[in-house]
Write a protein that binds this ligand. Structure first.
Ligand SMILES: *[C@@H]1O[C@H](CO)[C@@H](O)[C@H](O)[C@H]1NC(C)=O
Ligand SMILES: *[C@@H]1O[C@H](CO)[C@@H](O)[C@H](O)[C@H]1NC(C)=O
Ligand SMILES: *[C@@H]1O[C@H](CO)[C@@H](O)[C@H](O)[C@H]1NC(C)=O
Ligand SMILES: *[C@@H]1O[C@H](CO)[C@@H](O)[C@H](O)[C@H]1NC(C)=O
Length: 459
């Protein structure tokens, strides 16, 4: 595609003009203009990890999944949302066509972000990351897809509906979604915060956009379940999940920043709809604890469950970006937290750009933001997180997410996506499936020998 060549040439030209210095960051964020310039560089460097728009490649996905490449399917879904935010906050539409192509190519046979290629390993959270990007497109009034293609709001509703369907819910642990969708998957017996947090988040946002309280009722119920089962503690720590074999009481206490942030964002939308003290208190408590755990004393994002041990996975390298994006948007729908959130996001971003001195161009970002020094490892997650942080500094200059009543133009379909993917998919078993199943069997055996700890590191 011609645009990608222009884009790459543009990025190369900027490197050529700049002085590449291994010690000082090229990314300045002191003025709005410099923020836009730095965000443009970060967007180009993030997109350098993507080749799906080139001939012979698969649109929409980052290289992967392992072992074919580093990235799982869901992370690309998050990437497109990050680039929608980038467009909205900076006004730069360079990537809009690529985003549109990617989001449309991966909708899947049921137009509900469960494409056949990934259903064998699909988690509710994986599907939801694409659904949340479709929701964001509706909220930002991102250009609508051509009228013969599925529309943003309908896609978000489709994802929500498939997850609200009876076959995704059962009585184990008193309710809640499982992590994985296919029952043969390791992780099908795990009910976790991210799967339920994503469902809660989409419910709250669909309720606000459409005004339909079916969605907010689900959101209320899902929050109550997450809290009731003890994944949100009395001290407002947010834990990862538990297994149905233990009625979800064997809680994995690992704390990941995106779990807390997705709840804060959903709660902020619930507050925006209700303006109730209940949601205000929940937001304030969760936010204060989130700052203590993940921004510590220096006001810089820190992934506490993996950074100290240098054990962060490719997935985790993208978490800081979600925290920045979701907190920034929360501050628009729940403005009473803006005074606390925006200075925090600025101090965190200042530390982030300081360590963006790596890679061939001397400005790639690592993950050790609070160290101030590039940690030697580049990747789509690290770069996308920095892009999210830098563009997010322009949040105050933009208006908040729209609704159907306040300028939103995306068309919905309340009945979208209700087909059961497992029943729909009747294709013959291929060699690829067999290889996948072999890997799953190995994982199940490994799990059966005693350690379930690996599970939290998968996501
Ligand atoms: C599924 O995988 C095949 C083989 O790699 C590819 O040709 C096709 O475009 C993929 N479909 C989607 C929706 O990614
Ligand atoms: C299982 O957990 C749910 C949710 O915490 C609880 O309501 C239910 O009483 C528990 N069941 C048993 C048998 O302990
Ligand atoms: C709800 O969110 C919108 C969009 O950001 C904002 O304009 C509005 O003021 C918020 N409502 C309240 C009560 O703060
Ligand atoms: C509200 O959403 C539910 C769930 O998708 C749907 O069944 C119902 O028809 C919707 N109501 C309206 C008025 O659109």
């Amino acid at each position: 595609m011609a645009t990608s060549n222009v884009r790459r040439f543009g990025a190369a030209l900027l490197v050529g003009l700049g002085v590449v210095n291994a010690q000082n960051s090229q990314l300045k964020i002191d003025t709005d203009d410099n923020i836009r310039k730095s965000a443009a560089l970060l967007a180009a460097d993030t997109m350098a990890f993507y080749s799906g728009d080139q001939p012979g490649q698969t649109p929409g996905i980052l290289p992967g999944p392992p072992p074919a490449g580093d990235y799982y399917w869901w992370q690309a879904g998050a990437l497109w949302g990050t680039l929608m935010d980038y467009w909205f906050l900076t006004g730069d539409s360079t990537y809009n066509e690529v985003v549109m192509q990617a989001m449309m190519f991966q909708v899947g046979e049921g137009k509900d972000y469960q494409p056949r290629n990934v259903t064998a390993s699909l988690g509710n959270d994986d599907q939801a990351f694409w659904g949340m990007s479709a929701m964001l497109a509706a909220e930002l009034n991102f250009p609508n897809p051509p009228s013969d293609q599925p529309q943003w709001l309908a896609l978000a509703q489709a994802v929500f509906n498939t997850q609200a369907a009876p076959e995704r819910h059962d009585e184990t642990c008193g309710g809640g979604l499982r992590w994985q969708i296919p029952l043969s998957n390791n992780g099908y017996d795990y009910k976790n915060t991210i799967a339920n947090g994503c469902f809660f988040n989409m419910g709250a946002r669909l309720a606000r956009y459409t005004g339909n309280d079916t969605y907010s009722n689900w959101a209320e119920e899902t929050w109550d379940w997450i809290q009731g089962v003890g994944y949100i503690t009395d001290e407002w720590n947010v834990y990862d999940g538990g297994h149905i074999g233990h009625n979800c009481t064997d809680i994995n206490k690992a704390q990941f920043s995106y779990n807390a942030a997705i709840l804060i964002q959903g709660a902020s939308f619930m507050w925006n709809i209700t303006e109730s003290q209940k949601w205000k208190d929940r937001i304030n408590s969760l936010l204060d604890r989130t700052i203590e755990v993940f921004f510590r004393d220096d006001g810089v994002a820190y992934e506490v469950s993996c950074e100290p041990k240098y054990s962060c996975t490719t997935d985790m390298y993208s978490f800081k970006g979600y925290v920045h994006r979701w907190l920034a948007q929360s501050s628009q729908v729940a403005p009473f937290i803006a005074e606390k959130v925006m200075p925090l996001l600025r101090s965190s971003t200042e530390a982030c750009v300081k360590q963006c001195t790596g890679g061939d161009n001397g400005r790639e970002c690592g993950f050790a933001w609070s160290s101030g020094v590039f940690d030697g490892k580049i990747g789509a997650g690290q770069e996308m997180s920095a892009l999210a942080a830098v563009s997010g500094l322009l949040t105050d200059l933009s208006k908040g997410p729209v609704t159907a009543e306040t300028g939103g133009t995306s068309k919905g379909d309340p009945n979208a996506g209700s087909t059961n993917v497992l029943e729909r998919d009747h294709r013959p078993i291929t060699t690829g499936d067999k290889a996948g199943a072999g890997i799953l069997t190995a994982l199940i055996l490994a799990a059966a020998t005693g350690t379930f700890g690996w599970m939290s590191w998968e996501r």
